[in-house]
Design a protein around this ligand. Structure first.
Ligand code: AMP
Length: 300
């Protein structure tokens, strides 16, 4: 116990306690001891500015594992736009309260040096193939390489039994699945994809929503409305007209649209004609002034 007190900090809210680690070696050793006691570890990596969506992942982890670990790290290597990185919201005190309230047991709060001791430049290339050339991969060059760098490092430190990620980042889920195979952890780690938590008006919860003005926040619901419009109007045959209509719905609300696409839900291959059977997902990414929002819904 003495050792643990030296290595970390205990945070408490009423009766609940969460242990905070800043050093990867300390966390690694602590989790090793927990694993040796037979505990099953559930891990929820985040970039902070937490909301109900993140807490739903914590809840899912708590249901199926014995020890819930979360990390907060705004990963510089996944921001293709430095201005976006600078403006990423940081609300650490509120985050800690939410995590304790949600029943998280362990928080990892590392510095950049702790995650990237040998500097942040990418020395390794992850072979992501097609996933890196479409949609988010196309519009955010290098983004998924950065995601892979940080997730690999975090997985090696935490070595979770279960990893919890959100469908909100649909393509990221596919990239992480691929990463786990590439680094040979697919036999050790069970990947859980949790559904997207939404505000009452349908807007997907996102840390970036905090950056919206009141007017922008109202307009932002257009993304979910557009995806729902696709879901309601899709029919067998050509999809070009539907995609154009959907894109206009966003442009008319003042969005600068990166994409509104319909893709195979399994492979993420975009499609222009539907046979009425193939399982599909609709995905959108668009800017409201400086804030880039993404969302997706399964269509059938
Ligand atoms: P982030 O902090 O944005 O990197 O997100 C951390 C994790 O929370 C990722 O696995 C996201 O997919 C997930 N997440 C973000 N928003 C939501 C949401 N609205 N509902 C469910 N999960 C989410």
């Amino acid at each position: 116990m003495q050792g643990i007190i030296k290595l970390c900090c205990f945070l408490a809210l009423s009766q609940r306690i969460m242990v905070l680690f800043k050093k990867s070696n300390d966390l690694h050793n602590y989790l090793d001891s927990q694993r040796k006691q037979g505990l099953k570890l559930g891990f929820v990596p985040t970039m902070g500015a937490l909301h109900g969506g993140h807490i739903s992942l914590i809840n899912d982890a708590k249901k199926n594992t014995d020890l819930c670990i979360s990390s907060i790290f705004v990963n510089p290597t996944q921001f293709n736009d430095p201005a976006d990185f600078k403006k990423y919201p940081v609300t650490i005190e509120k985050d800690i309260e939410l995590l304790i309230g949600g029943g998280c047991d362990v928080l990892f709060l590392p510095s950049v040096e702790e995650i990237y001791p040998n500097c942040t430049s990418n020395t390794k290339h992850y072979e992501l193939g097609y996933l890196e050339t479409i949609l988010e991969g196309h519009y955010r060059p290098g983004h998924f390489q950065g995601v892979c760098m940080v997730v690999q490092r975090l997985l090696e430190i935490v070595k979770p039994d279960n990893l919890y990620i959100g469908q909100k980042d649909y393509q990221q889920c596919m990239v992480i699945k691929r990463l786990i195979e590439l680094i040979g952890m697919d036999n050790q780690i069970h990947l859980n994809i949790s559904p997207t938590l939404r505000e009452d008006d349908g807007l997907a919860m996102s840390s970036r929503n905090m950056r919206l003005t009141e007017v922008e926040r109202k307009k932002a619901t257009a993304i979910f409305q557009t995806l729902s419009f696709i879901k309601e109007n899709i029919s067998k045959g050509k999809l070009d007209k539907l995609k154009i209509q959907a894109t206009s719905m966003l442009s008319e609300q003042g969005f600068k649209v990166d994409y509104v696409e319909i893709a195979d839900a399994g492979s993420l291959q975009t499609i222009n004609e539907w046979d009425g059977k193939q399982k599909l997902v609709a995905l959108a990414a668009a800017f409201l002034n400086q804030v880039r929002l993404i969302d997706n819904i399964i269509l059938n």
